[in-house]
Design a protein around this ligand. Sequence first.
Ligand SMILES: *[C@@H]1O[C@H](CO)[C@@H](O)[C@H](O)[C@H]1NC(C)=O
Ligand SMILES: *[C@@H]1O[C@H](CO)[C@@H](O)[C@H](O)[C@H]1NC(C)=O
Length: 210
Amino acid sequence: MGQVFIRRSTAVLLFLVGALCIVCVALLVLLLAPDWRQSGGETSAHSMPLDATPRTSPAAPAPRNTPVNTPVTTTDTAPKEPWEKEYRIPRTTLPYHYDLYLHPNMEQGDFTGKVTLLIGVTAPITYLVTHVKKLNVTSTVLVRRGGGGEEEVEVERSFEYAPNEFWVVVPDHVLLPGNYSLTLEFAGTLTGSIVGFYRSTYTNAAGEKR
Ligand SMILES: *[C@@H]1O[C@H](CO)[C@@H](O)[C@H](O)[C@H]1NC(C)=O
Ligand SMILES: *[C@@H]1O[C@H](CO)[C@@H](O)[C@H](O)[C@H]1NC(C)=O
């Protein structure tokens, strides 16, 4: 009996590690994909999709000077949104650093977390993107970090653009070059057969405890 219990505990530990690995993979997609995508895009630039932007480095996007309340009547001919045309993280944003917090909830088979990305903006931009996949982002906070001060930037809208696995953040004004921190809170599910098996084991163990 004691041996069985030890084996069960070991199995619980192993599956806990497995579950956390899945979470980590999901977060690596979130955090590291920008770099991977950039280099991948460079090595296969000759085979870029037809609607991709030209290979020559485009000039910095022109700041949107149009007041928000000006009616726009040319939507029929307007080009697609930039985050729809470009599947890479723009070179005008550099990821410097990130802090990550994870709270797995093994009983419910899901997790919540928070990541704060320190981003360097090198040219005026009207939107930010970061990669997300299979995560529900529940909160988006953008803060400008200047010399000795922090100032929250109002986010006009933030949303997932799933085809490019982007989380798009549109501030209410043009972001000038400088450092910004983007804090996302998110929730996800610990899916997969390994986690499922872990959960059934855990239920037995919990039944003994409670
Ligand atoms: C932005 O942050 C990076 C990394 O911490 C730092 O090296 C750089 O000096 C900062 N730039 C400004 C303008 O604060
Ligand atoms: C995201 O939210 C939707 C709707 O609330 C839900 O169906 C889905 O399972 C959630 N996905 C994750 C990964 O939490």
